[in-house]
Design a protein around this ligand. Sequence first.
Ligand SMILES: C[S@@+](CC[C@H](N)C(=O)[O-])C[C@H]1O[C@@H](n2cnc3c(N)ncnc32)[C@H](O)[C@@H]1O
Length: 238
Amino acid sequence: MSEALKIDIITPFPQMLNGFLQESMMKRAAAAGLVEFNAINLRDFATDKHNTTDDRPFGGGPGMVMKPEPMFAAVESVKTPDSRVILMTPQGQPFKQAVARRLADEYNHLVFICGHYEGVDERVREALLDEEISIGDYVLTNGVLPAAVVIDAVARLRPGVLGGGEIATEDESFSSGLLEHPQYTRPPEFRGMKVPDILFSGDHGKIARWRHKQAMMRTGERRSDLLENDRKNSENNP
Ligand SMILES: C[S@@+](CC[C@H](N)C(=O)[O-])C[C@H]1O[C@@H](n2cnc3c(N)ncnc32)[C@H](O)[C@@H]1O
């Protein structure tokens, strides 16, 4: 069995993670020993009696900035030479399925730093990080939800998390470069809407070709940029 993926999440609001980690797939993955979650309360690493983790920005301006000392102490309490330390920030690399795949395949220990308020002191970026990730071009109040998004996408790619290797992630949207084909389940007809006959044919080759064609059409209609990337990749790697 492959090693469990250890995930540390550093935040002054660890209780925000409760629902996410204690339900459904994440809960099951942890119970099966496939992923180990550890929510770290940044306030435990504050050095003053008020457990302060933020302060006013030098140079003036609104809001508060997260102080470097508790952040360094929190990261250093869990970091090993094999850890990957990731800051969640709208200024990071855009999060894509390929990034999730890389993190799932290459690391057994991920440390997520969740910013709050105006973000983290720049010295955290300079000296503590391996990478910075953004989940999209918008700004949220804090990094817990962004970290949860990345953790979910990464954890489900680890062996066994989706259930015994039966669930193929290769055909999913973005993995193959295309959006996934349409899916149907019972009943065969619902309110006059019928499931396409080919899905009852039992001919796996025909079904696979139909699904691929549907995936191409759907991608062309909704995300022609993905088809263009796919074309460029094929040209660069013939
Ligand atoms: C209000 S934001 C800070 C934004 C920062 N002042 C800026 O303009 O780049 C507070 C924290 O939420 C998290 N966050 C907000 N939006 C995010 C996004 N799109 N992706 C990743 N993290 C985000 C980050 O951890 C960030 O430090």
